[in-house]
Design a protein around this ligand. Structure first.
Ligand SMILES: [Zn+2]
Length: 348
């Protein structure tokens, strides 16, 4: 960097050159050719000087651009691989873990952990544990279901502000509203699940570009499998379209909509399985009046209410798999949906 004196000096020189130029011009106009070689030398020097300034300016611009790009890149990847070269990915709960498991398979320097225990099931009314915060504290990426399923998300972000959060529900259209609350159990619709997988894959590729090719290959393979499952589901269960069903677990609202079932008496407290005697009576009356044949519950739900209804109506219980818990097999979601196809194929 030039010091102040040098700067002033060069500015003076510049002014002088300008003045000289002006003088020369006037002289030339007067037709005085006596000092021509001297003038030419000055013009030449002047041109060289401005050329030099141009090069310096270009160099400064290039340097500034390089610095800006580097800073942007650092910010974009936040703390990924910052400390130990490992990309630590934490999923909120089981369905997200199965998605991530399929996408990170074979990726290098990736560590995948599930925050909640596999047998926790739904994160409704979930209270964060000290271990949960610990798992998230060193995470680079957190994969959430979204739509309010992780009501505690702000506490996790507070614990680790450098962590990138992927919201798998970002591309979900037409979420179902239950009494002003969005039903977050979107993955029971294979269509929705496909969108969740796509969103997580796109974000993983962006946040961990070192493994981009693997994420992309895994995405393609998993999407292909899921599309086959979607067709099988549609073809086998098409005959249920427009059938009425009592739904005692709101997790199946999205699956029911995919099939075209007309769900009624949707219970939004699937974890408590409490129902007043009056509500039960009303459901039984309605089931008899409308000749409803199907009662849908989760295979892990308390069956008591469903059995009371079934005993007093022509309806039968279909205990489905909502994919909220199960084996850690990569194909766990696909197997759960195939299980549901088999169960629902039995509806007369
Ligand atoms: Zn739930």
């Amino acid at each position: 960097m030039p010091n102040k004196n040098e700067k002033t000096k060069s500015e003076k020189e510049k002014k002088k050159t300008k003045l000289d130029k002006k003088n020369n011009k006037t002289k030339n106009e007067k037709g005085n050719n006596k000092t021509k070689s001297e003038e030419e030398l000055k013009i030449e020097l002047d041109a060289k000087y401005s050329k030099y300034i141009k090069y310096v300016a270009i160099a400064i611009v290039v340097l500034v651009l390089i610095t800006v790009i580097a800073v942007l890149n650092i910010n974009r990847n936040k703390n990924i691989n910052k400390d130990d070269g490992i990309t630590k990915i934490v999923t909120s709960f089981y369905p997200m873990y199965i998605i991530a498991e399929n996408l990170v398979d074979g990726a290098s320097n990736v560590e995948l952990t599930n925050m909640a225990d596999v047998n926790v099931g739904c994160l409704h009314d979930y209270t964060l544990k000290t271990e949960d915060i610990k798992k998230v504290e060193n995470a680079d990426i957190f994969i959430s279901n979204g739509l309010g399923m992780e009501s505690f998300i702000s506490k996790l972000i507070e614990a680790n502000q450098d962590m990138d959060v992927i919201d798998s529900s970002a591309k979900i259209e037409n979420p179902i509203l239950d009494e002003d609350e969005t039903n977050p159990h979107i993955w029971t619709s294979i269509d929705n699940y496909l969108k969740q997988v796509q969103t997580v894959a796109i974000e993983l590729k962006r946040l961990d570009p070192g493994n981009e090719a693997i994420y992309e290959a895994n995405r393609r393979a998993y999407i292909a499998k899921l599309n086959r499952l979607k067709n099988e589901f549609k073809n086998q269960l098409e005959y249920l379209k427009d059938d009425r069903a009592i739904c005692l677990n709101e997790a199946f609202e999205y699956m029911g909509r995919d099939i075209g079932l007309q769900l009624t008496s949707i219970q939004t407290d699937h974890e408590e399985s409490t129902m007043s005697a009056e509500t039960l009576r009303n459901i039984i009356d309605m089931a008899n009046t409308q000749d409803i044949k199907i009662i849908i519950i989760d295979k892990n739900d308390n069956r008591a209410n469903a059995e009371t209804i079934a005993n007093e109506t022509n309806a039968e219980i279909y205990a489905l798999n909502s994919g909220l818990t199960g084996s850690l097999d990569k194909d766990a979601y696909i197997n759960a949906m195939k299980e549901n196809i088999e169960i629902l194929k039995g509806v007369n």
